[in-house]
Write a protein that binds this ligand. Sequence first.
Ligand code: SAM
Length: 348
Amino acid sequence: MAASFRLPPLPTVSELIKLYNLRAERQLSQNFLLDLRLTDKIVRQAGNLKNAHVCEVGPGPGGLTRSILNAGATDLLVVEKDSRFIPGLKLLSEAAPNRLRIVHGDILTYRMDRGFPPSICKPWEEEPPNLHIIGNLPFNVSTPLIISWLENIANRTGPFAYGRTRLTLTFQKEVAERLIARTKSKQRSRLSIMAQYLCTVHHRFTIPGRAFVPKPEVDVGVVHFTPLVQPLIQQPFKLVEKVVRNIFQFRRKFCHKGIGMLFPEACREALTEEMMHKADVEPTRRPTELTIPHIKALVDVYAHMCIRDPHLRGYEYREELRLKHLAKQRGAQTGMPSGTPESPEQPE
Ligand code: SAM
């Protein structure tokens, strides 16, 4: 019965903020959600949480935390970095005996693969486990975090050691739009490809900035991810990331330009032509026009080229740029020629 999960009367989140003097720290990009109808709506996007295990990242004063508990989660682990929020979270934990575990730590280093009982693991090919990750984190944390979790999905590690754990997270609206952007859309980017080759991604709804206290400059998108049983590109994450990063570094140019940067200058033209030809991708497509099957074909060909010539794998255009730049600076200091007469071309 849902009613049995509901929390007993408690001070409201706003009262708790006053009680514990929990000023939002602007430097830490803390923006709180105090409207429980809104936090309930975010939590509903995760699906049915009755008897679920949940990890909430960055609970702060605990608005979302209350909604997760009210939705029936029986094992909620919260990871909060800022010690000022711990006493308020303890109060919630007392109101929900044996249902709320508090970790005072950093989600970027927390070992979630040790946070839940191994009995909840589900084979990857089956239904997702009864484990959800939910969070409203600062934007400067949520973007690196999703990239690191996408790598975990590819390797079935971290939170994905339990199976295809689902995620419901907030992002700056523009980032949410990039995460779901389709081919040819203006927002299509590296993030769109990396998320969509590994997950089904939905931008569920947008929360206006004015709903937060204090109000951020931007609106916020609630995004739901379910890892795919079969990734759409079956190559190591780092290799996919390298190809995609290079393609999108010149996003307004033809795609052969970025692809060329996968290769050292001496063989750039020939190897770019070979890669485009073997992958059967027109060099004059723009990066935003490439579909995931196009990217898959390109990554597969590049992987073969790296087996043929293992030096390619470690080659990084940006590193070459950096070294050229350093050599030029040294040349300027000593008055000696640097050996790099032209200024290297800068990516966009
Ligand atoms: N979830 C609360 C809400 O919706 O009202 C708070 C949101 S506030 C934007 C982000 C919260 O994440 C803050 O409580 C902050 O201290 C916490 N936080 C920031 N970086 C974190 C990290 N690396 N690990 C864990 N918590 C973090």
